[in-house]
Design a protein around this ligand. Structure first.
Ligand code: ADP
Ligand code: MG
Length: 631
């Protein structure tokens, strides 16, 4: 035991996690034109540290006894060429220093950094979604020294590094709790020794910070407070500039982009709270990471409580950032209890409603801006359609689709354009947006001028099966059930010419023979109304599941086998006519069996599947081609 204690007391050299080294390299090489952000990041961390301690002190007031005024202090030493940022926040223990300043704990980091090394990715905008945090210090410093003492602990620790792969941790000296970060400024960063420059940067980036940021070592002997130092969201809207909103957004969201939407309101009445919410412009890099949650901070009467209150924002709004400051919640409420607190639930409902209202306004006012939003977050918003039946109606006003008729089509647009006698909203779903529009299943719809929704987000297959209808019109897959298109006239008069189809009896006998030949692999074979140009396609049974959803569930191991599909044939197609003729001849059984199998395999390939027996497919195709080409 004794040796162990000694070991940890001594100086120790450690390596950064591989991800950190990678990030440090990227930061040094791509963000040099935005060097000022280092100060914002360090001040932001200092403010977070004070927020954390203020929360802990609610139950352990001893932690802040004798030093209850939280603040951040900047000091300049022109001779030593150092800039120091000190706070009296929660501080870091030895373990904290190693963990927090030696690794990147955020989920999805590795894949994010892999993206960054792509040649075509724009590192600055990508890193903006990530937030470089503490490591940005190495943009301006050759060496960074951190001295920190965790609140409630007796000993302090130092951490220092040149940002080149290793850092050292050793016992240190610090009077009182908190963290002091000393930057040994590099040659090109000497302008950060200029008090006016620092004042300007703080005004620009950190004016919204709720604690005083005091500059020491400038003109004023007692130090000068550089910011307004009151919580931004408590100020009247008219006194807040767009820049200030943006900087608060950067602080709470750990991002560089601009807010796409800012929603600031003071809510009074049965429940009282202030909300300041931001919709980002850019999709956060980890939006689809399963561990990802929203980044909305919960405050109670200006005291930061947590940024992990799951119940505060529904998962389908997890792109939101910002703060909610409640007047009604108890300051001493435990974080666990919060998840199920009825007040929190009320706030969530209210936030959701307000956001929907804003989004609708924006959609009506500025379609292009709304399209940009939808591209980034539409897929997430749609999760709400199956997660929460209560929000379906308002969400239906917000969802947009690609259809066979255009982009960004609302359901109201679609219904407004429905054909006379059209009773359903038609859709086709699949993984690739581009190939969807080519699907043979659409031919009969196109020939009648019927618009079809093209659904290519993974979430689409789930909500579409959870909802019943929109405006009384059921959603109907074009790859499922019978097409029921006979009542709707063809738009193209020439296409009406059905004379070219073989007579009914020969189609019927072909269908009977195909059924016999394909056996259990198909549920049924029938003549198609949905096909116009293609010879065959597969559809799901009316009572079954859409074929794309079936495939998706198989891929995720949620289903063992798929149902046998229905093979539809197009009696007007030359190939079908030839085969129908063949079927009426004696002694063509073998050729017909091959043709049946090839038709079926072809229909599978169109859906992006392999033939059931690829080798057999190749053999049959080769034989038929050899025969056909030999002329
Ligand atoms: P982030 O702020 O997004 O968590 P940073 O890289 O800025 O990422 O900081 C990493 C972590 O280091 C913080 O989460 C915090 O735990 C710790 N940290 C950084 N600066 C301080 C500070 N001044 N006081 C206490 N902890 C700090
Ligand atoms: Mg930070």
């Amino acid at each position: 035991m004794a040796t162990k204690a000694k070991e940890t007391e001594a100086e120790e050299k450690l390596s950064f996690q591989a991800d950190v080294s990678k990030l440090l390299h990227i930061v040094a090489n791509s963000l040099y034109s935005e060097k000022d952000v280092f100060l914002r990041e360090l001040v932001s961390n200092a403010s977070d540290a004070c927020d954390k301690l203020r929360y802990e002190a609610l139950t352990k007031p001893g932690l802040v006894a004798g030093d209850a005024e939280f603040k951040v202090e900047l000091s300049i030493d022109k001779r030593a060429k150092t800039l120091t940022i000190a706070d009296n926040g929660i501080g870091m223990s030895r373990e904290n220093l190693i963990e927090d300043l030696g690794t990147i704990a955020r989920s999805g980091t590795t894949s994010f950094l892999d993206n960054l090394s792509d040649d075509d990715g724009d590192p600055v905008s990508l890193i903006g979604q990530f937030g470089v945090g503490f490591y940005s210090a190495f943009m301006v410093a050759d060496k960074v020294t951190v001295v920190s003492r965790r609140a409630g602990e007796d000993s302090a620790w130092t951490w220092d590094s040149d940002g080149k792969g290793e850092f050292t941790v050793a016992p240190g000296e610090r009077e009182g709790r908190g963290t002091t970060i000393t930057l040994h400024l590099n040659k090109t960063s000497q302008d950060y020794l200029d008090p006016n420059n620092l004042g300007r940067i703080i005004k620009t980036y950190s004016d919204h910070i709720a604690l005083p940021i005091v500059l020491k070592g400038g003109d004023k002997p007692d130090g000068e407070t550089l910011n307004i130092a009151s919580a931004l969201w408590t100020r009247p809207k008219k006194d807040i500039s767009e820049d200030q909103y943006r900087e608060l957004y950067h602080h709470v969201g750990h991002t560089f982009d601009d807010p796409w939407l800012t929603l600031h309101a003071r809510v009074e009445g049965k429940i009282e709270y202030t909300l300041l919410l931001f919709v980002p412009t850019q999709r956060p890099f980890d939006l689809f990471d399963p561990a990802r949650q929203h980044r909305v901070k919960l405050y109670v009467k200006r005291v930061f409580i947590t940024d992990e209150c799951e119940g505060l924002v529904p998962p389908y709004l997890r792109f939101l950032r910002g703060i909610v400051d409640s007047e009604d919640l108890d300051l001493n409420i435990s974080r666990q209890v919060l998840q199920t607190n009825p007040l929190v639930r009320k706030i969530r409902k209210d936030i959701t409603k307000r956001l929907f209202r804003e989004l609708e306004k924006k959609a009506n006012k500025d379609a292009d801006a709304y399209a940009a939003f939808w591209k980034e977050f539409g897929a997430v918003l749609k999760e709400g359609l199956y997660e929460d039946a209560d929000v379906r109606a308002p969400l239906f006003k917000l969802v947009r689709f690609s259809t066979t008729a255009g982009e960004m089509v609302s359901l109201a647009d679609y219904v407004g354009r429905m054909k006379e006698k059209q009773t359903a909203i038609y859709y086709v779903s699949g993984a690739e947006a581009d190939s969807l529009a080519q699907s043979p299943h659409l031919e009969g719809y196109r020939a009648r001028g019927i618009e079809v929704l093209l659904l290519s987000d993974a979430v689409d297959d789930f909500w579409i099966n959870a909802v019943q209808d929109f405006d009384g019109k059921p959603f109907q897959s074009v790859t499922q059930g019978s097409a029921d298109l006979d009542d709707i006239p063809l738009v193209d008069e020439a296409a009406k010419d059905d004379a070219a189809a073989p007579d009914g009896t020969s189609v019927d006998s072909l269908i009977a023979l195909l059924k016999l030949s394909l056996g259990d692999t198909v549920k049924d074979v029938r003549a198609s109304t949905r096909l116009r140009e293609s010879p065959v396609c597969l559809v799901a049974d009316e009572s079954g599941m859409d074929r794309h959803l079936e495939r998706l569930l198989m891929q995720h191991g949620r289903m063992e086998t798929t149902m046998a599909p229905i093979l539809e044939i197009n009696p007007r197609h030359d190939l079908i006519k030839v085969i129908a003729e063949l079927a009426s001849k004696e002694g063509a059984a073998d050729a017909l069996a091959d043709a049946a199998q090839l038709l079926f395999d072809q229909a599978r390939i169109i859906e992006g599947e392999l033939p059931a027996d690829p080798a057999g497919f190749s053999r049959r195709l080769s034989a038929i081609m050899a025969k056909g080409l030999s002329g």
